[in-house]
Structure formats: structure tokens, C-alpha cells
Design a protein around this ligand. Sequence first.
Ligand SMILES: *[C@@H]1O[C@H](CO)[C@@H](O)[C@H](O)[C@H]1NC(C)=O
Ligand SMILES: *[C@@H]1O[C@H](CO)[C@@H](O)[C@H](O)[C@H]1NC(C)=O
Length: 254
Amino acid sequence: MKTSSVVFSLFFSSAVVSARTFTVKNNCKFTVWPAIFTDLNVGKDKPSMPTGWEAAAGNTSTFNVPDDWQSGRIWGRTECDFSKPNASSCATGGCNGGLLCDEHSGTGVPPVTVAEWTLGKGGSPDNYDVSMVDGFNLPMSVVPTAGCQQVVCNTDLNPKCPGPLQLKDGSGKVVGCKTACTANLDGTPQDSGNCCSGSHNVPATCPPSGVQYYSYFKDGCKNAYAYAYDESSKTALWTCDSSKNADYAVTFCP
Ligand SMILES: *[C@@H]1O[C@H](CO)[C@@H](O)[C@H](O)[C@H]1NC(C)=O
Ligand SMILES: *[C@@H]1O[C@H](CO)[C@@H](O)[C@H](O)[C@H]1NC(C)=O
């Protein structure tokens, strides 16, 4: 009995140790509150980092992420005041829970730039991207090791954000740039070419040409998702051979 429990605990501890190193750096000149979401419906293993923390200008955090991390997301929240409740605690990216996002919060309130991963296991590759499908709040980059594709979105899309898409904070500063879907520009959220909903809910009926302001986002970050079905651009979803065990660096304001 004793021997087999030792064998089991060795087995389980080595399974847990197998991980990638993620680094999250705030290169902005202001404080960002990074957040992490793990879709626990898809996989149970979570990063060794709280679901939210404060990153002052220049702050770097390094942590382990299990190499079977599924449907994971990292994003940045701005202008947070956690004395206010839930998602309204931040000008952008706020989630339910306060500093720590609860595990059902998803990505935080749009508009928000999000980095996404499903790490490969059993021979499938790592999949990763930077997404503006929920709009834009911060320039962001994802840089893997192992020579895999870097996604560097270093254009701030807030200052020139088209008027109908602007999200302003209490002082009138543009702090986020909404998608045409979120801004409800075509007024038919249930059947919208901007939202890829209803009769537009497959790639063939939701081309980028039918998404208002697609180019504003895509030109600003050519290697990121600029709308839900942006795979057709061939510059949205990236893969990395999982046998290379890539580590990933995330930078806000790269
Ligand atoms: C970055 O911020 C985190 C969370 O506030 C803190 O634990 C860590 O020590 C900071 N890192 C540096 C290099 O200051
Ligand atoms: C907001 O936070 C409070 C606790 O501060 C909680 O009771 C409430 O359920 C939250 N609301 C939502 C919509 O999650």
C-alpha cells in the first residue's frame, strides 16, 4: 500500500510540474490590472497566478501555466477602483469579482484586447492569438520562444478610434474602441453582419467586407483577430509545435 501511494504521488506531482513559463509585463506608462480566465468547462488545469493583480508601470510577473491549458485568456484592465462593484470597477476590461476575476467572468467587459491560448497536448499544436473580436483597449503583444510567430499589436487604436466606436472614461478620454457589433451600428444584433449573428453566423455569410471598420482594427494589428471569422486572413490564429514547449511573453504597450 505504502509503495503504491508513493508511486501515485510521484506520478501526480510530475504531471503538475510539467508547465510553460509565462511572463506578463506592463510596459505602459500607467498601471494596468492584468486578468486571467480559464474556461473550466474545457480543462481543469489553471495557471499558478491569481486571476487578477495590479501591475504598476514597468512591472513584470512570471508564473507557470500547465502545458494542457485550454481556452485560457489574459487581458489588461485600466483605471480600476475596486471600491466600485464588479465590472464597473474598471474603465475597461472589468470583470465580476473585483481585483480577482471570478471563474465565470469570461473576458471582462468589452471593448478589451485579449490574448488567447489552447496549449497543445498529445501531438496537437499550441494555438494562440491576440483578439480584437471584443474590441480594443490596450496595445498588446504575445511573443513565444521556439521561433514561433510573434503577434505584436503596438498601435494604440484609442486616439483615432472612429467616433461611433469610442468608449470614454469619466474625464472624456477615449479609453477603448468598440467593435461595430458592440456599438450596435447596424441595429440588428440578432441578425447582424457586424456581429456574425443570425443569417450571418458562418464565415461564408459574414465576410470581413460586411463588418464595418474591419480595416481600422486589422490595419492597426495585422497579426490579430479583427473579427470573429478572421481565420480567412491567414494572419489571425497562430500555431506552435507543442513539442517545442514554448514559453510566452505577454506585454501591454509593447
Ligand atoms: C509586480 O506586481 C506583482 C503584483 O502586484 C508583485 O507581486 C511583483 O513583485 C511585482 N514585480 C516586480 C518586479 O515589481
Ligand atoms: C457583484 O458583487 C457583489 C458582491 O460585491 C455580488 O453579491 C453580486 O452578485 C455581484 N454581481 C454580479 C452581477 O455578479
